[in-house]
Unconditional design. Structure first.
Length: 406
């Protein structure tokens, strides 16, 4: 029957406890259930609350652009048979997550597929329209792309499965044997997000270049077979982008199931990390743990093996400031309503590091003193701020982003 996905609430902030200490709050966080079968619900008579499933990855992002974090809950099914639905849960603004169902349809005569063998997903704005889309790996079937229809909409559905147009019609077909993960980043420096898929053609990794949005169809990709040099063609599990050498472009760390982990240096090729061989590495995460300005690496290993923290010894501080791929260009508008401003930030690091940046919306009304507002991290390196409603006023604004190096 699967296992219950659980919520643990940080006791800092409004909880008035000690920050960094967590208390399980599962029963109070799962809200209304719509599509979950009764035999997977913990309390099937209430149509709400905790439920059981088979999942390896769930991600948070503001999917409906209301300033609150929502949840995309992937599934791979019992024995990774791809028989269970992935689901979306919308934050009701109090931290309770209600199921959105149905959430997806197909386009261009294709059918949607939300039953996959998903081990990893990413929530990412692929077309720079300030709503957050979905890329999904699938271990034993075709990877998927779901486009958010909040802006640049393709239909009245919340999302559309555009995998046929975005991938298959462009000749991007997975061998469906071991595609455990995909990771997004601006690999080619053009501002939009490309996707690195693990084990896409057998054990060979591929990077899919984002070729932009087509009205009525969605985003399309092209497979770049020469962007990854010296791929060892091993069964690898995960990839993270990191500028470990401080030159401003994205390098990457690749976690190997059983063997040597590798660093890929942009634009040169791959280097072994020097970690002990034979580890079962499932994940690596990057952060400046010693506050010396460069990115370090934590490696998580399976099978009761020791985990490792690798300190970056190059000592090259980050001197590359964040940039903006897009910022809301607000035209004149009627009185009486607030104005939402979005900012899509780019920098030489992983998306989850950017979420901790200090991003501020600064505005003036009729030339008065500047007002600075903290912007909310929505996911996908995107931030949201609100200018309050004004009457017969001239409003000027800009956005400032400061990375962790200051």
């Amino acid at each position: 029957t699967g296992e219950v996905s659980r919520f643990y609430v940080n006791q800092g902030g409004p909880q008035a406890g000690t920050i960094g200490f967590y208390v399980e709050d599962t029963n109070n966080r799962w809200g209304t259930l719509i599509s979950v079968p009764a035999d997977q619900e913990v309390d099937p008579d209430n149509l709400q609350g905790a439920w059981r499933d088979w999942t390896c990855d769930c991600d948070f992002a503001d999917l409906d652009d209301d300033g609150f974090t929502d949840l995309f809950h992937s599934a791979y099914g019992p024995n990774i048979d791809g028989s269970d639905d992935s689901r979306i849960f919308i934050n009701d603004t109090t931290g309770v997550f209600d199921e959105l169902w149905p959430w997806c349809f197909g386009v261009q005569g294709s059918t949607m597929d939300i039953r996959t063998h998903t081990i990893d997903l990413d929530l990412v704005d692929l077309d720079a329209d300030f709503d957050i889309d979905v890329t999904m790996s699938s271990r034993n079937s075709q990877g998927r792309i779901y486009m958010n229809n909040l802006y640049n909409g393709l239909s009245a559905s919340a999302f559309n499965d555009i995998s046929q147009f975005a991938l298959v019609a462009q000749g991007i077909v997975s061998s469906a044997t071991a595609n455990y993960e995909g990771e997004f980043g601006d690999v080619d420096g053009d501002g939009d997000f490309d996707v690195w898929f693990k084990n896409w053609n057998g054990n060979t990794d591929r990077i899919m270049r984002n070729d932009g949005f087509t009205a009525g169809s969605g985003v399309q990709f092209s497979q770049q077979n020469n962007w990854i040099k010296n791929d060892p063609n091993n069964d690898e599990n995960e990839v993270d982008f990191v500028d470990f050498d401080g030159d401003g472009d994205l390098d990457s760390f690749v976690a190997n199931f059983s063997g040597t982990n590798h660093l890929y240096v942009s634009p040169q090729g791959e280097l072994p990390t020097g970690n002990p061989g034979g580890l079962t590495t499932l994940d690596g995460e990057t952060a400046d743990v010693d506050n010396d300005g460069d990115q370090d690496l934590a490696v998580a290993n399976d099978a009761n093996q020791q985990n490792y923290l690798y300190r970056n010894s190059l000592g090259i501080p980050d001197t590359h400031a964040p940039t903006f791929h897009a910022v809301t260009n607000q035209a004149d508008k009627a009185n009486g309503s607030s104005t939402v401003i979005h900012a899509a930030v780019r920098d030489n690091t992983s998306y989850y590091v950017v979420q901790f940046y200090d991003v501020k919306l600064v505005y003036t009304v009729n030339g008065g003193s500047p007002v600075s507002v903290d912007m909310f991290a929505q996911g996908s390196m995107q931030f949201r701020g609100v200018i309050p409603a004004q009457t017969d006023a001239t409003v000027a604004y800009h956005v400032e982003a400061t990375d962790l190096a200051g």
